[in-house]
Design a protein around this ligand. Structure first.
Ligand code: MLT
Ligand code: ZN
Length: 466
């Protein structure tokens, strides 16, 4: 394990020379914003924050830190939920906020080149103005950076039809911890030219290199969609209906699960005008999109028929774009409203989708055994449930000690159902102790070996994933 050095005054001077006086912080007040992300209430202060503006500056900063064994934590918008951007060893934070340009949208090739500090929604809007679609839209799309999405292999509600960011990134410019700059692949839709370093970088959570340019594929924007909200008497019925929709021959663009308590808290949080019916335990928000109204209509009919096999009480069809927006907003702010209601911990389980009923049943049983409550919601079409564990009546002692065993059991269940311990939030700091539940030593040794090849001194985002 590397013994890191702290940043001496002389090195601070060199950092200022590289990044520019105005773009380096050392004052505690300035560092505060960079001491946390959206993960629980964790806080780790870096010693120095640099906000470089060019790839060359990042190369020089990494070279300097590598030579002096100074830990470096790359940082996007700080919206992560697994502590990936926390400077657990202090050192230098490199914030990507000044890499905020959309370099080009190439309508000839349906590609775009974008810097990592561009807000995902800003990029999506720019693409949509040209009649194109970049469909990777995590709930935090209004504030997260596309670079953070690459680092965490982000998904969001439309993964079920359109895939994760993995399906869209074609090529990356990356600065290695040694200061060398590479392009990982080619701007092509196919790649059969040796190991795929582009895919290796995606989801590596800033442990292998710092991404400075991203080339993504775009697709034509579908012209129509139908959004429906189906209500169910039990969680398991709602979860069971998910795989039935696909078995009926439809691939919706969204199938989101929302537990009743999550919807109640969203309504309170945003003062939303939505009447919750008695006897409803859970909802599925289902969207079908495409370019042909007849096809969409027949897909909705198939979904309807599939849902009849389950205790589905009601299906509300959104009848205006305003209503669609309201329903989407309810789903998107669920994480925020849970956080504002309760001390909580967020786990990100994913299983093959037909195992969802067993997963949700097991989560509630484990909660009863350990005395915790949970609010579950998420991308059910992908088998991905965000499990928000809320403190409720749990004592501080149980919350700080016993809960860990309960969480471990949730992940053991997830893995036993063929799943894994994070679908889209990453491993970061808070999930790394659970990695051995999923991976035997050989897999972890292979991952560590890869890390060592890229980052021999282990300076880049230490304390994450492993
Ligand atoms: C979501 O789907 O809402 C996001 O992944 C964020 C969250 O879980 O809070
Ligand atoms: Zn999510």
């Amino acid at each position: 394990m590397t013994t890191f050095n702290s940043i001496s005054d002389d090195i601070v001077r060199q950092i200022r020379n590289i990044a520019g006086e105005a773009f380096v912080y050392t004052n505690r007040n300035d560092l505060e914003k960079y001491s946390h992300d959206e993960t629980e209430d964790l806080r780790y202060f870096p010693q120095v924050v640099a906000r470089p503006q060019t790839t060359e500056q990042i190369a020089q900063l990494l070279k300097l830190c590598n030579e002096h064994f100074i830990p470096v934590t790359p940082r996007g918008a700080g919206t992560g939920l697994s502590g990936g951007a926390l400077a657990v060893n202090a050192g230098l934070v490199i914030s990507m906020e000044n890499f905020n340009q959309i370099i080009n949208i190439d309508e000839r090739n349906l590609q775009a080149t974008v810097e990592p500090g561009v807000i995902t929604q800003v990029f999506m809007n720019a693409v949509e103005e040209k009649g194109l679609l970049y469909p990777v839209d995590p709930a935090s799309k209004g504030s997260c950076f596309i670079g953070g999405n690459v680092a965490n292999c982000s998904g969001g509600p439309r993964v079920v039809k359109y895939g994760t960011i993995r399906e869209y990134v074609l090529n990356l410019e990356v600065v290695l911890p040694t200061g060398e700059v590479i392009w990982t692949g080619a701007n092509t839709l196919k790649y059969a030219s040796g190991y795929n370093l582009t895919q290796l970088m995606i989801g590596s959570e800033g442990t292998l290199g710092i991404v400075t340019k991203i080339v993504v594929k775009l697709i034509p924007k579908p012209t129509q969609n139908v959004l429906m909200l189906a209500s169910f008497t039990t969680n398991e019925q709602a979860c069971g209906a998910v795989s039935a929709i696909f078995r009926a021959g439809v691939i919706p663009s969204t199938v989101e699960f929302m537990e009743r308590r999550g919807v109640e808290w969203v309504i309170e949080h945003d003062n939303i005008n939505f009447a919750l019916q008695d006897g409803i335990a859970a909802y599925l928000l289902i969207e079908v999109d495409g370019n042909n109204a007849d096809v969409i209509f027949s897909e909705c009919e198939k979904i309807n028929t599939a849902l009849e096999e389950f205790e589905c009480k009601d299906i509300l069809f959104a009848d205006s774009s305003a209503q669609k927006e309201e329903l989407w907003n309810m789903r998107r702010i669920m994480g925020v409203s849970v956080k504002s209601n309760s001390i909580y911990k967020e786990e990100d389980t994913v299983v093959p989708r037909a195992e969802l009923p067993a997963l949700i049943k097991g989560i509630k049983e484990i909660g009863a055994k350990y005395g915790f409550e949970s609010v579950c919601y998420g991308h059910a079409g992908d088998g991905n449930l965000h499990v928000n564990i809320i403190k409720a009546g749990m004592s501080d002692e149980d919350w700080n000690t016993k809960l860990k065993d309960g969480i471990r059991e949730v992940f053991e269940l997830t893995v036993s159902l063929g799943g894994t311990i994070s679908g889209e939030h990453g491993i970061g700091l808070v999930q790394r102790e659970f990695m051995p539940i999923k991976y035997p030593d050989i897999n972890l040794a292979l991952m560590r070996g890869i890390k060592g090849v890229f980052d021999p001194n282990g300076i880049l985002n230490p304390g994450k994933i492993f």
